[in-house]
Design a protein. Structure first.
Length: 62
């Protein structure tokens, strides 16, 4: 999570507003998407490991 915090604050270190916008579009948004996607992917797999006896489909009881 430290890398996500650094990435989000890295934009503010630019000297000019156009440079900040460029960093936002080319670095922060794609990087944050990848990092948050990895976090969600990891949480999903941890939850799947905790329930080894469940079936892969979800059944809805009436």
């Amino acid at each position: 999570m430290g890398s996500l915090a650094y990435l989000l604050s890295w934009r503010e270190l630019a000297a000019t507003p156009p440079e900040r916008a460029r960093r936002l579009y080319l670095g922060v948004l794609p990087g944050a998407s990848v990092l948050l996607g990895l976090l969600l992917w990891t949480l999903l797999h941890v939850m799947l490991l905790w329930a080894p006896g469940t079936t892969p489909t979800v059944a809805v009881a009436p």
